[in-house]
Structure formats: C-alpha cells, structure tokens
Ligand binder design. Structure first.
Ligand code: GUN
Length: 286
C-alpha cells in the first residue's frame, strides 16, 4: 500500500494560523510586536531564497522583520558588530545569521555571540546545553518541525527504533535528543558508520539528513516505517530532491514527507514559533 504523504505545507499553515492569533494577543495585551532580524552575508542564491521565504512567513503572521544584507567581503568583525547591535536592540527578539557565511567569517564565534534569549535558531551552546539536559528553551527549528510532523501522523513513538542519518549540530544531534525524550531508541548514522543499510532497515522512524541526493531507496526501508526527509538537494536539471528516493520509498513506507513541501515549510514555521516565544519571554521580563 502506498504511504500516507505528510503534508508539511498544510501543517505549517495551521501553525502559522495559531501564531497569528498569539501575535495579535501579544500586541494587544503587552504592546509587544515580535521582531526577527535576519542577517545575510554574501550573495549565495539558495540562501537568498531561504531568507526571502523567512521574511514572507513572518509578514504573514504579523512578526516584524529586519532584512540585513552584508557584502560577501564583510569582515568577521563587521558581522560580530552587527550581532552585538542586534543583541542590544529592544525591538528585536530573534536573531538569525543565515549559514553558511563566507570563508572569512567564523560561524562558531558568530553563533556564540548571539544573546541566548534571542537565539531563535537554537544553535547557541547554551540552547544546546539546555536541550541536552532536558530543560529545552530554544530548540533548533528543523528537528522541532520534524517532531511536529511525526505527531501529525498519530504514530506511537514510545519504544520505537529511530534512525537518523547525519550528525550535524543543526539536525542530527538535536533530533536524536528530541526522539529520545519521546522514548524512542535513537541511532545516529554518519559517513563512518560501518553498515548503514543494516541500521536503516531496522528503523521504525527514519530521519534522513545527510545532504546526499536520493541516497536512501525503497529497498532499504522497513515496511511501514515513517520516513522524514530533511534533505534539499538541487540536481543538474534544476529539480529539487531529498535524501530519500521518494518514488521507491513511498511504496514501502507507512508515511513519508515530500521534497519540496515537507520539512522545509515546517522549519520556517518553527522559526516563527521560536520568535514569538522569545518575544513573549521578553515581555514577561520587562
Ligand atoms: N542555513 C540552512 N539552514 C539554516 C538554518 O536553519 N538557520 C540558519 N541560520 N542558517 C541556515
């Protein structure tokens, strides 16, 4: 039987609708309009598209955005100064520096310089540490979006084998923690994993975040598994594909996310949610 298609666009729309109500309430009750600053250094075409989508999504729910563009030659110190200024700006509740930045900019130092209260990406070591110790505040957007999509399927997570392909700070590591908190047994596979296909074949929940186009095919997947494809890869013909070969996988999986229209819209929806959360926290503390 063909898999249920998990419609990330539709779930993201319902998240946005709920957020629009919360934003209105925050404005009327506390006089606070959530504000997100997005810093884009350079001219990377894919990053420009992602940044434009983030601004548009904010506008749709009533979040103010600030679009900060810096030249590809901007120095590390100039980007640091921008972050310091945004840290001090009371109208800005969330700061996102679009990654990757040009070579001369040290991403790690930039992330570490963001005020953790404004760390809507959830990449700061304090945000990560809080997640690791079971006191989550700002949780990275993609893994949070994945959890919302899993929830939408109604599949019981407790006790399930969850396999995550990819060990990044942005997806793989926080994803494993979030799945563990829902009582899954997570395994993280990576480029040095000895028998990746054996691990994948055991997965009741499979999260593909390796950045390798269509590396996971239907014959590798356990029948009935829930397959979440975090990959966004552009092929030479211009088409977008995930890390999963959708056509063969959908014949085996119980539920699967498409690319595009799966995880991507959910990542943005969770960014909006983190921004509203940061604005609410700031309203409580004033
Ligand atoms: N580049 C690709 N995805 C992301 C993301 O979620 N946040 C930031 N800051 N940069 C990215």
């Amino acid at each position: 039987m063909a898999a249920e298609i998990i419609d990330g666009k539709a779930i993201a729309k319902s998240v946005r609708e709920e957020l629009a109500v919360e934003v209105e309430q925050l404005k009327s009750d506390a006089g606070v309009t959530p504000g997100l600053a997005v810093v884009l250094v350079g001219e990377d075409p894919a990053s420009k598209v992602y940044v434009r989508n983030k601004h548009r999504a904010c506008e749709r729910v009533g979040i103010n955005t600030r679009d900060i563009r810096m030249s590809a030659e901007a120095s590390h110190e100039e980007v640091m100064e921008q972050v310091h200024n945004l840290n001090e700006d009371p109208d800005i509740h969330g700061i996102l520096v679009q990654l990757p930045t040009p070579e001369q900019v040290d991403d790690e130092e930039i992330i570490n310089a963001i005020d953790p209260a404004k760390d809507v990406d959830g990449f700061h070591p304090i945000s990560m540490g809080k997640l690791l110790t079971g006191q989550p505040e700002m949780v990275p957007c993609t893994p949070r979006g994945v959890m919302r999509m899993l929830e939408s399927t109604g599949v019981e997570l407790s006790g399930k084998e969850a396999v995550i392909v990819g060990r990044s700070n942005i997806v793989g590591k926080p994803q494993a923690l979030l799945l563990m908190y829902e009582h899954c047994t997570p395994t993280i596979c990576h480029s040095r994993t000895r028998d990746m296909t054996e691990h994948i074949s055991r997965a009741d929940i499979l999260v593909a975040a390796a950045g390798m186009p269509q590396m996971i095919t239907g014959d590798m997947i356990k029948p009935g598994a829930v397959v979440i494809d975090v990959g966004i890869n552009r092929l030479d013909d211009g088409s977008l594909v995930g890390d999963v070969d959708f056509d063969s996988a959908k014949e085996v999986a119980g539920a699967i996310t498409p690319v595009p229209g799966g995880v991507g819209p959910m990542t943005i929806a969770m960014l909006l949610d983190n921004t509203v959360r940061a604005a609410k926290n700031s309203a409580c503390c004033c």
